[in-house]
Design a binder for this molecule. Structure first.
Ligand SMILES: [Zn+2]
Length: 447
């Protein structure tokens, strides 16, 4: 039978093209599908390798980082088998020697495990979720003592594997990369290696969600909190030019770099879809004087943030397992709250999905309206047929979040009557016909 093209059908079709993201129940499905039991199983497995120090044994089938990374690769391969080979799984490695850093005891390969779920529309644009394979004992160069690293960072690694399991059942426009990085504890070597690999292979990175310690709710500060977590983002990229730095004095943007926009996006998605959670935007690259694997990506000008628990427990970080003066030390399984790790994995999964389903952010956004009663914005209209239109966001200069917005349709410029440029910051997003929004593009030039 031939289907009749009735007007009613046509109207229904039109409406189906203009839905908001929240009417897409997929993100709720994804939340439901993430499993704390599987995360617990994977963290337990990672802990069973005894130590995952980057310089530990690579030949044993049961102990050391070699066995751990082979197990992670096998997990990604299994996931791929279950989705008709939807993942490209491979090892990416560099050799490091003692000359590369004081915490390198001997020459070794720093091996990352990478799984790419190729996007259907923009295969060369990537959203990345990372965790770490490696762990450490009290000394970073001690590669034989037990270092279970249950929270630091089997939690982030298990979350990454679980996100791959869940999201591999869906198809996305942009590519998603799930990665286990190594060499974190001796100087962020794995992240550096992969960031350089990405640069060399012309990856367009939408953003890196680096997960480092997503399982501890029992803080050394005495606070027990299974709802809060932190999103660390640096203010502006370290790669900005001297000219860009000077221009910021006149046009603003001190707190509006690409990593900060990624952090705000994660904050907003979490508030909308996981309202029981309390995401904290932290306006710094990482914790005071400490680092993580998003930094090497930031170093090369890529957007990247660190997602982690709100209250750390230093007795359970980088500590040999022991009891001293009645205090138990060591990063053991008992210190991980699997339900909390599940929640933070859900945060990652819905943001990866949302960014991989969304159009790319608008390019060449420019702003105008000096000594005028209204603010003007213009940008280059994309020829992506999946774009419904564009949305302007703005906020008070003291606000951390994009509090005001206006959908302006499929246009390339807008005049915001009565909104004075001096009193707000502005940005533009592309909105897909599926309702998903890109990251905010902060204006790069003035007209
Ligand atoms: Zn660590």
């Amino acid at each position: 039978m031939k289907m009749k093209f009735t007007p009613l059908f046509f109207i229904a079709f039109l409406f189906s093209l203009n839905i908001s993201a929240q009417e897409n129940t997929e993100l709720y499905d994804i939340i439901d599908e993430v499993s704390s039991e599987r995360i617990e199983k994977d963290i337990t497995k990672l802990v069973s390798f005894g130590t995952r120090n980057t310089f530990s044994d690579t030949t044993s089938t049961t102990r050391g980082i070699g066995a751990a990374r082979r197990w992670i690769k096998a997990e990604f391969d299994n996931i791929s088998n279950n989705c008709k080979n939807c993942l490209e799984v491979f090892y990416q490695k560099e050799i490091v020697t003692p000359e590369d850093g004081s915490r390198i005891p001997h020459k070794a390969a720093v091996v990352n495990v990478v799984a790419i779920q190729r996007g259907t529309k923009n295969p060369d644009h990537y959203v990345i979720m990372s965790g770490d394979i490696d762990s450490r004992a009290s000394s970073a160069t001690d590669f034989t003592t037990d270092a279970p690293g249950a929270n630091d960072n089997a939690s982030g690694m298990a979350g990454t594997i679980e996100a791959a399991r869940v999201l591999s059942n869906y198809k996305f426009e942009n590519s998603i990369v799930y990665v286990g990085l190594s060499g974190e504890e001796q100087g962020l070597f794995g992240g550096k290696g992969l960031a350089e690999y990405a640069k060399k292979n012309n990856w367009n990175i939408i953003g890196v969600l680096n997960n480092d310690m997503i399982g501890n709710i029992d803080g050394v500060d005495g606070v027990i909190d299974n709802r809060s977590f932190r999103i660390f983002s640096e203010p502006v990229p370290p790669t900005e030019t001297e000219r860009e730095r000077k221009m910021r004095r006149y046009y603003g943007g001190e707190v509006d770099g690409i990593s900060r926009q990624l952090a705000r996006y994660i904050h907003k998605t979490t508030k909308e879809y996981l309202p029981e959670m309390n995401p904290m935007l932290i306006y710094r690259l990482d914790r005071f004087s400490r680092g993580g694997h998003h930094k090497p990506f930031n170093d090369l000008g890529f957007a990247g943030v660190r997602i982690m628990e709100a209250h750390e427990n230093y007795n359970r970080q980088h500590q040999d397992i022991r009891t001293e003066n009645g205090i138990e030390y060591g990063d053991v399984l008992e210190g991980v709250n699997f339900k909390y790790a599940e929640k933070l994995t859900e945060v990652n999964a819905i943001n990866l999905a949302s960014l991989a389903w969304a159009p790319l952010a608008p390019e060449e956004v420019a702003i105008g309206g000096v000594v005028e009663p209204s603010t003007k914005l213009k940008w280059i209209k994309s020829n992506n047929p999946n774009i419904k239109g564009y949305k302007i966001y703005w906020r008070d200069t003291t606000s951390p979040t994009w509090d005001y917005s206006r959908y302006v349709g499929d246009v390339s410029e807008v005049n915001l009557e009565g909104i004075v440029i001096d009193n707000y910051y502005f940005g533009v997003v592309a909105v897909g016909k599926n309702g998903f929004e890109s990251l905010v593009s902060f204006p790069k030039s003035v007209f």
